[in-house]
Design a protein around this ligand. Structure first.
Ligand code: ATP
Ligand code: MG
Length: 509
């Protein structure tokens, strides 16, 4: 009996050894699994025992996915493309690499998707390098303080809540309050200077994206911009990776010593896409059904924005993330998370928007925690008292609404405040140069607009603005180089503004 049983055992062991050899030889070539379910942008795979977390997995027809959940016996894959033809029973294979994007100068002027595929009519993207989309944020020792301003061309922002290169400034507000418009203006204002711009549309309507690209093209901003697009009907996986991919492209330029501005429009959609993925993958839901690590997905993204030290080339990455609030509730879960991660916020108020005060930046709720130090010295001489005067005005304005009779001092504060408000009105995408902004601010603080009625302010500002071309060249050069204005400079500028206003007055007579 013993002999009879020993023989098949030996044989079985030998068979097993041989088949294992064959199996391991196969493994080194490619490791495959089988799709068991496909649902809403998620595929479950049986097999792929050696797959690593975040590894790229390939299906047929160039469809890729990222390994997200690795459970015993089952791998949850987040799909990154059109999965409508993916069926159960199909094969999935490991690629041995993580998701990456093309980087380099070839991307400038292009509209691409998060995997670097072109979405415009300009042919294939001819980049030679690819970088992983998830990269660690630079350590503290590699970072330098924010010292150079990032001019947005929007007067109220540059004067009151200035943004510096390397800063993260949140743009938040209800829907249709001009959030995208503020970000696009900042991109347009980088024409002719060295800041490269990336606009990352996350889960947007196709029409909004088309409009944004058209605006950038029309205003000559595509020459220094890259647009990365995911639309609302793209798989949530693609929407989820978009900001990381866009940041990698930005980091490539930052490491070349360049200054980069990146706009994430918007992270509300990003958080929603991540929530959708997490729920489909059966991860435990937390507050508002968001997974517990929703804070982390945004913090690790925004940590990558910085100003690199001089030894590392001194490049910078400025981030303008956008968040949509509901019913003006800036204390909701995702907005408060983002407020705590960023270095300040620009709050766009629907009330101001309805009143026609555009851009609808509410000064009282907007702040820039690091940009003040980077603001050009010339501003400080002209904006010193503005914020306080405006805050006083807002308080009194509420009070005066009840029909209270006001004394002369209060009346003056209200008049001045209303004039400040008029001065900060700006047409969409009509960005103001530095000398134009300073002329208007100086005329405002020195009371040159005092004799002009509120309804004449628009015309008066246009006249003052136009006169900026007649400023002496050396003065303009000094302003642009960041020098403070001395008394002579101020006098020259004030005279220029006054002359423009007198001219306007004569034209009306
Ligand atoms: P959404 O919530 O849909 O993304 P949004 O907050 O990004 O909207 P925008 O799309 O930028 O808002 O602007 C909303 C509307 O307001 C647009 O029609 C835009 O043309 C108009 N708008 C924005 N800023 C100005 C401005 N300064 N002057 C005139 N119109 C403006
Ligand atoms: Mg928008």
């Amino acid at each position: 009996m013993q002999n009879r049983s020993a023989y098949p055992l030996d044989k079985a062991l030998e068979n097993l050894r041989q088949s294992r050899e064959g199996w391991s030889a196969n493994l080194s070539l490619v490791e495959e699994g089988v799709v068991t379910t496909v649902l809403n942008g998620i595929a479950k795979i049986d097999g792929l025992p050696g797959v690593s977390c975040e590894e790229l997995v390939q299906f047929r027809d160039d469809l890729f996915g990222i390994a997200f959940n690795i459970d015993p016996g089952e791998v949850g894959i987040v799909l990154l493309g059109d999965y409508s033809r993916l069926r159960t029973g199909e094969r999935a294979s490991r690629t041995g690499r993580v998701t990456d994007v093309p980087v380099g100068d070839a991307l400038i002027g292009r509209v691409i998707d998060p995997l670097g595929q072109p979405l415009d009519e300009l042919g294939p993207v001819k980049a030679t390098k690819r970088w992983p989309i998830e990269r660690p944020a630079p350590p503290i020792m590699d970072r330098a303080p924010v010292t150079v301003p990032l001019q947005t061309g929007i007067e109220v922002i540059d004067a009151i809540v200035p943004v510096g290169r390397g800063q993260r400034e949140l743009i938040l507000g209800d829907r249709q309050t001009g959030k995208t418009s503020v970000a696009l203006s900042a991109m347009i204002n980088q024409r002719g200077n060295e800041v490269l711009c990336i606009y990352c549309a996350i889960g947007q309507k196709a029409a909004s994206v088309a409009k944004a690209v058209a605006v950038l093209r029309e205003r000559g901003a595509m020459e220094h911009s890259i647009v990365m697009v995911t639309e609302g009907n793209d798989p949530p996986g693609l929407q989820y990776i978009a900001p990381y991919a866009a940041t990698t492209i930005a980091e490539y330029f930052m490491q070349q010593g360049r200054d980069v501005l990146i706009v994430y429009d918007d992270l509300t959609n990003h958080a929603r896409a991540y929530r959708e993925l997490s729920l489909l993958l059966k991860r435990p839901p937390g507050r508002e059904a968001f997974p517990g690590d929703v804070f982390y997905i945004h913090s690790r993204l925004l940590e990558r924005a910085t100003h690199l030290s001089r030894e590392l080339g001194g490049g910078s990455l400025t981030a303008l993330p956008i968040i949509e609030t509901e019913a003006q509730n800036i204390a909701a879960y995702i907005p408060t998370n983002l407020i705590s991660i960023t270095d300040g916020q620009l709050y766009l108020s629907p009330t101001l928007f309805e009143l026609g005060t555009l851009p609808a930046v509410e000064i009282g709720k907007s702040v820039s925690r690091v940009g003040g130090k980077a603001q050009l010295a010339a501003y400080r001489a002209v904006t010193g008292s503005l914020k306080l005067a405006y805050a006083q005005f807002e308080e009194l304005e509420n009070f005066a609404r009840f029909g209270t009779r006001l004394d002369d001092a209060s009346r003056n504060i209200i008049d001045h405040g209303q004039r400040i408000r008029e001065c900060f009105k700006q047409d969409e995408f009509d960005v103001l140069s530095l000398p134009e902004q300073l002329l208007i601010l100086l005329a405002l603080t020195e009371g040159s607009f005092e004799r002009i009625g509120l309804d004449g302010m628009r015309e008066a500002m246009a006249a003052v603005r136009k006169s900026a071309v007649s400023l002496p060249k050396d003065l303009v050069a000094r302003i642009l180089s960041g020098k403070a204005l001395d008394d002579v400079d101020r006098r020259v500028m004030l005279e220029t503004a006054k002359r423009a206003l007198e001219h306007l007055g004569k034209a009306h007579e």
